[in-house]
Design a protein around this ligand. Sequence first.
Ligand code: NAP
Length: 323
Amino acid sequence: MRQVIIIGSGPAGLTAALYAARANLSPLLIEGLESGGQLMLTTAVENYPGFRDGIMGPDLMAEMRAQAARFGTEFVTGDVTGVELTQPPFTVTTSDTAWRGRSLIIATGASARLLGLPSERALMGHGVSTCATCDGYFFRDKPIAVVGGGDSAMEEATFLTKFASHVTVVHRRDTLRASKIMQEKAFRNPKISFEWDAAVHDITDTGKGVVDGIVLRNLKTGALKSLAVEGVFVAIGHTPNTGLFKGQVELDANGYIVPRGGARTSAAGVFAAGDVQDHVYRQAITAAGSGCMAAIDAERYLESLPESDAAAEDAAAPSAVTS
Ligand code: NAP
């Protein structure tokens, strides 16, 4: 029987593990086969406090993982295939093992939706980005493109005009999905122009792995057109990784876990941290902060349980059943 099981190994999960380990809760952290979360897709991170000269995203995650391990976090690698959260002890299943825990911290994050182009994947972190707040600063006085027509795309385009020489919004239709107020702000901005009915056909590079343009395809005429840009911000939405929890923890209309004060969720003993419950801030530092909150909330929850419950649960279940 585990005191705390954490699912997810981004900044939220690793910070939860660090705090839970230092509270002597011997956490078990299940990291997916693609561990480390969204920071593994970035290059330099310059806005994580404590790193004056910046740090590479994968290096930051390696540091966080080592710090959580130092205090006794046990790591298991494997994608979680099922959870049973009706009542504690909860069961978390990977391909070959069923783990049982008195409390659970969900830190499975969200995935930025991508266009699906091979060049987009190859140039991610080298001119292609999914986070304007994180990477806008690298594009001072450079022309860039933002893909998407929703609130995120308008917000990112407007924000990026602080740095870029020009921002071209590429949208697949001729009307925006964004709220009127965000649309009007973007229309009024002299540094923003629009390419309507356009899809990104390809992202081109100089041959040195640095973006130098995009090829647009007009979706009405099929015509191709090149645009010289040095950055491409893909802002076509995010998908929270909550499929496993549907029907067991309250989710909002977009699939995000609904917080119930602090890191609590609708299920007692189940806590959520990071982008899986936050579609607003989506930063490494806010994810880490909420991971800390989840560990403290889990610790307090465990302390509040009558000792008789814990003894009964211990007697009832082995901590892991391997098939
Ligand atoms: P969204 O509203 O789902 O918009 C996604 C945009 O990307 C749409 O314009 C969509 O085109 C386009 N798109 C989707 N898949 C595409 C693809 N494969 N290729 C090209 N374009 C594609 O997502 P979001 O903008 O991230 O917003 C998510 C939620 O957060 C919304 O409820 C939004 O209001 C909210 N939000 C609010 C604020 C704010 O108030 N400050 C800021 C950001 C987000 P179509 O329009 O053709 O479908």
